[in-house]
Structure formats: structure tokens, C-alpha cells
Design a protein around this ligand. Structure first.
Ligand code: ATP
Length: 512
């Protein structure tokens, strides 16, 4: 656990040192849980968005993208249920004065029991070696079974208490499990209270309830209220999807762990409109499609897992998270929700307008069902940064800090370097840069020794460095150095574009 906390600290300081992420308002001592993306961070973020947009919108005939306003009519949030039900149950420890989400305390407790099970399995593997049958072990070992039973009991009680808004029951569960505050170590808890997560502000100069508007806590509602606009103007046929990327705001009770939980963040959401009764088929389809999209990044398949929701949100009939193995452990990266016809029906009722689709094949009008995929852009960023960051000791004993980012997402794809600043090498480097820069973000670097320059590019994740040397002037060849293997190849300048393109084009992530 301690090692992992160090890992998060390392990632945070690396992100700051190299211009990926800065604490917001730093010269004023910062603003809690708010961060700014720096010169390299915004490039990486834009590339993640491009990967998502390309694969969700541009490569699917039946999905289109929109960009709706953050401010919306306040009744939208009444209809969606957010005014009444977008709450988190919070609990305070009286000794440390720290505030927690009651459900998160319980999830963390369950995770500890899961880790005990994993340890037991590891012990079994050590004992039995090659003969070890993990599936059988997990379903027969008494310690594993006892712990599994414990988890089931806790999850049942969580489902009951959270589902029935039974705050006293939730408190009792925390007390019964003897959960202690991670800071004070004490069990001196306050009661559990509900806390609404929406930020509000006022529209125009008139104060009062009528002018209170909210900063959207999810981008999805902008899609729902535009459902008919898009369907009619784009002549969309069900099943079809509407996607968007945009800011969302939540007054999180406990916002910590860097950019994992912020009060202002970005979501990439897609609502897929389907025939009633076909939602489970599409729910399964999108679960598979989305995990495949994540795994294509090459950060390690075992870093992802599904987690079915214990408590379904007020709008859902099935929901699962894709969790990622962050430095803090497995946590939610993306949610896939079968939202039924809840949102569209609510908007019909509150707006008095019909939000129905005429299905020409069935010759029938209906309110479509919706399957949603919703991934946090900032969490994607953290997953990629933390899985890519490594401190390596090289064969000669020297150290290097490297970001092995998926090449297609790296802020710079290529660094072009003249070996020296004279003999016409910079001018030749400029020519090489001109071959690449219209399609790929390149950096020109002529300062310091080649070794230092390579280290600098490793630390910001640039997959390839192209060196222009004296031989270049004679035979038009350059060396190309690979960030991960650190090997150099000599290639003809005329082949350079093709070689780089094959490795860094977004196509590498999208095919297969
Ligand atoms: P959590 O349980 O972690 O609070 P959630 O279930 O409320 O998340 P959703 O409402 O499903 O989250 O939102 C979809 C996605 O938006 C999440 O999977 C996550 O990636 C992202 N997200 C949600 N809240 C935040 C936040 N405070 N900061 C950064 N990203 C967030």
C-alpha cells in the first residue's frame, strides 16, 4: 500500500515538473481539488479526446456528436432527478474532523477483504506451483469462502440501506464492521447525512429561486433534451447514438487523489437509443466494445476489470463500471448504464413535449430506451500517465525517468535534433521537421548533449527522436531512436514519414 502511495506522489510530481498538470491558482496557495493542464497535459488530453471521438463518433455510422451548453433550464435537473436525488451519504470522524462518503468507506473495507482473498490465492500458488488450479481453489478453500461470504453479506446490507435511503442502517453497518477512520484510527463517527452534489448559481441580476441555475453534473442531459433535434435533423434511425465531450461539475464531499476526483472535470459520454426490450443486448455490446477500446492502449489487460453496481442509480436497470488499477488500487474509470426510458419520459412529463420516435419497421411510436457509456477524461489521463510512468536503472547504472505513453497519444510524436548547431545541420533538421510537422506534433531540440536531449524526450513520452548528423549531409540518412528500446536505426530521410506514420498514427489503436 505504501509503495503505491509513493507511486501516486511520483506521478503528481512528474506531471508538475514536465508541464502536464499544475495545481490550480498555485501562486494563491491553490484551490482544493482543482487542477490546470499545462502545455504537455493539454496535448495529451486532446489526443485522448481525439481517440474517443474518432472511435465512437467518426467510425460508427450511427453515432453523431454534439456540443451542448453547460447552463440549461433548471427544470431539466428537476426532471432528471438530480435536484432531489443526486446525493452522496456523508459521515464525519469526530476526532480527525475528516469527512468521508459512507459508501466509499464500505467499498474500501470490501476491497481489503478482496485483497485478503488474493493473498490466500498467492499462498496457494506458491504451495502448489504448476499444479495449482485457481478456479477450484477459489471455490473450495475455506478461508476464501469465508471472506467471500463476508463480502456478500456486506454488499447485501449496502444494497438494502443505500437503496432505501436508510441512513441509520448505513451508520449501523459502518459501526458493526468496526470501520476506523484512516486518519485518526478511531471509530468516533457522526450520523450519516445526505449531501446534494450540484453547484448552483444565479442567472441574470434577479435573485431568488426562479433564477437559480445549476452547473451541469453530467453531460448526458444535454443529449436527452436534444434527442429529437438530432434525430430529425440527422434523419437518424434507431438504434443510434449521440455523443459529447464536455465539462461537468460536482461538489464532491471528499475530493482528493489528484485528478481522480475533482469538482470540475470532463466527461466523454454517449447515449445509445434503442428499441424497448433490446436494451440488455446493447448493454452487453457496449460493455465489450468499451473494454476493448481501453485495452487497445496497451497499458496491460490485467489493469482493467468490470465491477457491477451494488446500488443502481435512480435511472438505471443495469450498470457496471470498468475499473482501472490506479496507484490507489482498482477504481472506477468508466460507467456503462442501462438507463431505460427514464430520462426521456421524465422530460416528456416536465416539458409537456413528446419525445418519441416513429419506428418505420414496427410502424409504431415509442420512447426509446437508452444505454449510456460515460468515461471521465481526467481519469483516463491519470490511468495513462500512472501506467506509463517508470523510473528505470539502465545497464550502465544510470537512471532514466520514462513515460511509455501509447505513441498515438504522446504530446510530441517526434523530436528532431541536429547533432551540433553548426555545419548546416540545423538547416537540414528544419527540412526534416517540415516533412513531418503538418501531420504530427514535433519538437525541435538543439540544446545540450544528445544523451541529455534523449532523457528529456523520454521523460515527456516522445516515442521517437530523429538525429541529423554529419553523415546526413553526405547520404541523406538519419538515425531514429526508439523511446522504449533505446535502440537507434539509420534510415533514409525519404522513408522517415512512412516509418513514423506506421508507429504513431491513431490507426494503430483503432484497427483490430
Ligand atoms: P464515483 O462513484 O467515483 O463518484 P460516479 O459513479 O458518480 O463516480 P458517474 O456518474 O458514472 O460517476 O460518471 C461517469 C464518469 O465520470 C466516471 O466513471 C468517472 O470517470 C467520471 N467522474 C465522475 N466524477 C468525477 C470526478 N469528481 N472527478 C473526475 N472524474 C469524475
Amino acid at each position: 500500500m505504501e509503495i503505491k502511495e509513493d507511486k501516486l506522489k511520483e506521478v503528481i510530481s512528474h506531471a508538475k515538473e514536465y508541464g502536464f498538470v499544475f495545481p490550480s491558482s498555485e501562486i494563491y496557495d491553490g484551490l482544493a481539488a482543482t487542477y490546470d493542464y499545462g502545455q504537455l497535459g493539454s496535448e495529451l488530453k486532446n489526443n485522448i479526446k481525439a481517440y474517443w471521438w474518432k472511435s465512437m463518433v467518426q467510425m460508427n455510422d450511427n453515432i453523431v456528436g454534439i456540443d451542448s451548453a453547460i447552463f440549461m433550464h433548471p427544470t431539466i435537473w428537476k426532471a432528471s432527478g438530480h435536484v432531489d436525488a443526486f446525493n452522496d451519504p456523508l459521515i464525519d470522524n469526530k476526532d480527525s474532523k475528516k469527512r468521508y462518503r459512507a459508501d466509499v468507506l464500505l467499498e474500501d473495507h470490501i476491497e481489503k477483504i478482496r485483497q485478503k482473498i488474493d493473498k490466500e490465492v498467492e499462498k496457494g500458488l506458491k504451495r502448489f506451483g504448476d499444479d495449482f488450479n485457481e478456479t477450484e481453489f477459489r471455490s473450495t478453500n475455506p478461508n476464501v469462502l469465508r471472506n467471500k461470504e463476508k463480502i456478500n453479506e456486506i454488499e447485501d446490507r449496502m444494497r438494502d440501506t443505500l437503496g432505501n435511503n436508510d441512513l441509520e442502517g448505513l451508520y449501523n453497518l459502518i459501526v458493526d464492521l468496526e470501520i476506523v477512520c484512516p486518519v485518526s484510527g478511531s471509530r468516533n463517527w457522526t450520523e450519516v447525512r445526505q449531501f446534494n452534489l450540484m453547484f448552483s448559481t444565479e442567472l441574470g441580476s434577479v435573485a431568488g429561486d426562479a433564477s437559480t441555475i445549476y452547473l451541469r453534473p453530467e453531460t448526458a442531459q444535454g443529449i436527452f433534451v436534444n434527442f429529437l433535434n438530432v434525430q430529425k435533423s440527422g434523419r437518424m434511425k434507431i438504434p443510434f447514438g449521440i455523443a459529447q465531450i464536455g465539462k461537468a461539475f460536482r461538489n464532491e464531499i471528499v475530493a482528493r487523489q489528484f485528478i481522480f476526483r475533482m469538482r470540475e472535470f470532463e466527461q466523454m459520454e454517449m447515449q445509445f437509443f434503442v428499441r424497448p426490450g433490446e436494451e440488455m443486448k446493447w448493454y452487453e455490446y457496449w460493455k465489450e466494445a468499451r473494454i476493448k477500446w481501453h485495452k487497445a492502449l496497451g497499458l496491460g489487460d490485467t489493469n482493467y476489470r468490470f465491477h457491477d453496481h451494488i446500488k443502481l442509480a435512480h435511472y438505471a436497470n443495469a450498470a457496471a463500471d470498468i475499473e482501472f488499477n490506479f496507484p490507489m488500487g482498482f477504481k472506477e474509470l468508466e460507467g456503462i448504464h442501462s438507463r431505460t426510458d427514464f430520462d426521456l419520459k421524465q422530460h416528456e412529463q416536465f416539458s409537456g413535449k413528446k419525445l418519441q420516435y416513429f419506428d418505420p419497421e414496427l410502424n409504431q411510436n415509442y420512447v426509446p430506451y437508452v444505454v449510456e457509456t460515460s468515461v471521465g477524461l481526467d481519469r483516463m489521463f491519470l490511468s495513462i500517465l500512472s501506467a506509463s510512468h517508470k523510473n528505470e536503472t539502465l545497464e550502465d547504472g544510470s537512471e532514466r525517468s520514462v513515460l511509455s505513453l501509447p505513441p498515438a497519444l504522446a504530446p510530441y510524436k517526434v523530436a528532431v535534433m541536429p547533432l551540433t548547431k553548426k555545419d548546416g545541420l540545423p538547416e537540414k533538421a528544419e527540412e526534416v521537421l517540415n516533412l513531418l510537422k503538418f501531420d504530427y506534433n514535433c519538437q525541435y531540440d538543439e540544446k545540450d548533449s544528445p544523451g541529455k536531449r534523449y532523457r528529456r524526450q523520454d521523460a515527456i513520452g516522445t516515442p521517437y527522436c530523429v538525429m541529423i548528423d554529419h553523415q546526413t549531409m553526405e547520404d541523406n540518412t538519419v538515425t531514429i531512436r526508439d523511446r522504449d528500446t533505446m535502440l537507434q536505426d539509420r534510415v533514409a530521410i525519404s522513408d522517415l514519414y512512412r516509418i513514423i506514420d506506421e508507429k504513431v498514427n491513431m490507426r494503430t489503436l483503432l484497427v483490430g
